[in-house]
Design a protein around this ligand. Structure first.
Ligand code: ZN
Length: 456
């Protein structure tokens, strides 16, 4: 007997494949996985049957770059109009007030927002551990599990403080020994490499201007011994490029190669400023990219070479990036952004990203970047990570008769998903999170954001 059956759907769409099935289609789930897909009368039995006329069902999306703690640092007036380095220097003075409670609440906020946008798997990059808050990753893993999202936290790190010529203040950087010891502890406690795993740990020194080469090398060695993936920010701004040339005597990709950071187990956030040769190195080595177009626009960082990366076959997923530079966690809106932001400069129009291509990047693409072959499509035997959106709304009127998949992205995707299933469990029902009291969490978030602002 199946556990869950969604039936009477308007359409089932699956990333690059477009519409799989039309009016009257159904999807059945058993345990963690999709058990059957079909159309018409021969529906299997299930313990729970939900009729969803007018709904489009698609695979849960995968977010490949985030800083969940930043959900408590949105719209900070001093940095609403600031490029990355100025933005960071100001925000470090606020982020150093981070507490375990702040991480707990911001994780609930960020994961809740992502689920409501149709994202069922997210990575996170937490790299700041003020003294006395060494268990922040533990807190976010617990909070993400409570909200019910599939989670790829990365243990971030910073070792190069202002005294060593880095950007962060000295009191938020850690020693290489402390970082590596904590990484081992977290890997042994939480990393689950099994199929349909809900928690996989990655390791993530923060950026060339906040870490030293030693921690990059030692982190890569440790990750490869333990089968963990590697993540960092790279090629985000021209300031970073200049910093690398002055500090390391080379460009960021050459630095990455020098410290052993190119390969199928590595993904970089941003990848905006690369030359042709560097793009080819990413493609040859299978190094992945988290494309974050909203953040790149918000901070004036630039525009990633989307078409060149796709043409060369660089693995690519989408990332909302942290909420201090977005300032929200709506992955469907991010997909729309990726679809339209490249158009003014991509000539000819045949090279413009399509809705189908961008949905593929947001689902299968992200799954590949996170090393998952069990997610990203509506397919029997893959994880039951599903999203359904009701198209009986003014926003969709007249659109789905032409192209249901395109309607998801073209028709301003700002309303919540109606149904979201992660690992076979319903976490959003009729547009409401079932795992979270939205009003209560928002109240706590406002309160903590204000307290931290006063403490700063
Ligand atoms: Zn980031």
């Amino acid at each position: 007997m199946n556990d869950l059956l969604f039936r009477s759907l308007r359409a089932v769409v699956s990333s690059g494949q477009g519409e799989l099935l039309g009016e009257g289609s159904w999807v059945a789930c058993q345990g963690s996985q999709i058990a059957a897909i079909g159309i018409g009368g021969e529906e299997p039995e299930a313990k729970r049957v939900v009729d969803l006329p007018g709904h489009i069902l698609f695979p849960g999306m995968v977010n490949t770059h985030h800083h969940l703690y930043q959900s408590l640092f949105r719209c900070v007036p001093e940095v609403q109009k600031a490029p990355l380095f100025d933005w960071l220097v100001h925000l470090y003075t606020r982020w150093r007030c981070l507490t375990e409670e702040a991480v707990d609440v911001s994780t609930r906020v960020g994961c809740g927002e992502l689920l409501l946008s149709g994202c069922t798997t997210t990575s996170d990059h937490l790299y700041l551990f003020p003294a006395g808050t060494e268990r922040l990753i533990d807190r976010e893993i617990e909070a993400a599990a409570a909200v019910g999202i599939r989670f790829h936290p990365t243990r971030g790190s910073m070792t190069r403080g202002a005294r060593q010529g880095g950007l962060p203040p000295d009191d938020v950087v850690q020693s290489a020994e402390a970082i590596l010891e904590d990484s081992v502890r977290l890997a042994e406690t939480y990393h689950d490499p099994s199929r349909f795993s809900m928690t996989r740990l990655g390791l993530a020194p923060c950026s060339p201007f906040s870490v030293e080469e030693e921690i990059m090398v030692r982190t890569a060695e440790m990750a490869r011994e333990r089968g963990l993936r590697l993540h960092t920010h790279l090629c985000e701004t021209e300031d970073e490029e200049r910093y690398c040339l002055e500090t390391y005597g080379c460009r960021p990709i050459e630095l990455a190669e020098r410290v052993g950071w190119l390969g199928e187990d590595v993904w970089f956030a941003h990848a905006v400023h690369l030359n042709e040769e560097e793009l080819e190195r990413l493609a040859e080595t299978g190094t992945g990219v988290a494309h974050c177009p909203s953040s790149n626009c918000r901070l004036g960082s630039g525009r990633a070479p989307f078409r060149a990366m796709r043409r060369l076959g660089v693995p690519m997923g989408l990332g909302v990036d942290g909420s201090s530079s977005n300032d929200g966690g709506n992955l469907l809106a991010e997909a729309r952004m990726a679809m339209i932001v490249h158009r003014p400069l991509e000539v000819p129009c045949e090279d413009w990203p399509s809705a189908s291509e961008v949905l593929e990047v947001a689902t299968e693409g992200g799954a590949r970047v996170l090393g998952r072959d069990d997610l990203g499509r509506v397919e029997v035997g893959l994880a039951a990570d599903l999203v359904a959106i009701d198209t009986h709304r003014l926003a969709f009127a007249g659109a789905c008769v032409h192209d249901p998949l395109a309607a998801l992205l073209y028709c301003s995707p700002n309303r919540p998903a109606d149904w979201v299933v992660v690992n076979g469990k319903v976490v959003v029902e009729r547009g409401k999170l079932v795992t979270l009291d939205e009003a209560e969490v928002t109240r706590r978030a406002d309160q903590i954001a204000q307290e931290m602002s006063q403490r700063m």
